[in-house]
Design a protein around this ligand. Structure first.
Ligand code: NAD
Length: 249
């Protein structure tokens, strides 16, 4: 049965930040993990030990995503889990919606939305054959809040949330679960590499949360770990928000 033997998960955007914390947690949970990223995947995998495997990929390019899937299948002949975490966020400058360039808008959608579509459609054949699998899509608590000055980003994550629901229905008949995790403002590597490290935003976020502390990548990884486990066997089409109780539903 698919419960036996080594389990294989693919985590995109896992060379750093939230993705790396998710990969590390899934390894602790017993998965082999393919660390898939635009850059730094091989180095990150090396730092995570022998159950981590590095793979360069641009998730917006279907040919590269297919190579990523082939690579994952070459390890144990199966893919039990997919975490769509790769996304453009920390490099975006906040600006009024009138000032967003069309090229920037398109690139955000190409990666954050089309990338999720490509990964799901190219991983799902292996999961369908196995009759089981779990997909977690990383959206954002900004969808619920309607964060201003990031229309392209918030719109892309709204699409991810909606896609999760459609995919959960289409893949349910094959025993595949699809869920969303929506993080609040998280101190990922991308965020922390910025000049000033957004101290004002961090203080505001702490204040607005029910739990008055910073949100770390490991906080997000905990929710993903649960959704990827058999303990979440009847969870699909759902959204778990990890934002310290800034929003509530
Ligand atoms: P990060 O910038 O630290 O890491 C993102 C990783 O994704 C990088 O390693 C990057 O190389 C990779 N990546 C980017 N484009 C890619 C592509 N086309 N193909 C493959 N890999 C690609 O970011 P993070 O803060 O850890 O964010 C991870 C995810 O969580 C993103 O989807 C982000 O939108 C989401 N998120 C972040 C926050 C936050 O506050 N940090 C909040 C909500 C949601």
């Amino acid at each position: 049965s698919t419960q036996d033997g080594p389990r294989m998960a693919v985590v995109t955007g896992a060379a750093q930040g939230i993705g790396k914390a998710i990969a590390s947690q899934l390894i602790e949970d017993g998965f082999d993990v393919l660390i898939a990223d635009l850059r730094g995947a091989v180095e990150a995998a090396r730092s995570l030990g022998s159950k981590a495997h590095g793979c360069d990929v641009d998730v917006s390019d279907p040919a590269q995503v297919q190579s990523m899937v082939d690579r994952a299948l070459s390890i144990h002949g199966r893919i039990d889990g997919l975490v769509n975490n790769a996304g453009i966020y920390t490099s975006l400058k906040k600006k009024p919606f009138e000032e967003i360039g069309q090229e920037e808008w398109r690139r955000v959608f190409e990666v954050n939305v089309e990338g999720v579509w490509h990964c799901c459609r190219l991983v799902s054949p292996a999961m369908r054959r196995a009759g089981t699998g779990a997909i977690v899509n990383i959206a954002s608590a900004s969808v619920a809040k309607g964060n201003p000055m990031l229309l392209q980003y918030v719109a892309s994550k709204g699409a991810v949330l909606a896609m999760t629901r459609v995919l959960a229905r289409e893949l349910g008949e094959s025993g595949i679960r699809v869920n969303t995790v929506s993080p609040g403002f998280t101190l990922s590597d991308g965020v922390m590499s910025e000049a000033g490290q957004r101290e004002a935003q961090r203080a505001g976020a702490r204040e607005a949360r029910a739990l008055h502390r910073d949100l770390q990548p490991d906080d997000v990884a905990g929710a993903v770990s649960y959704l990827m486990s058999p303990r979440a066997g009847m969870m699909t089409g759902q959204n778990i928000t990890v934002d310290g109780g800034m929003t509530m539903n």
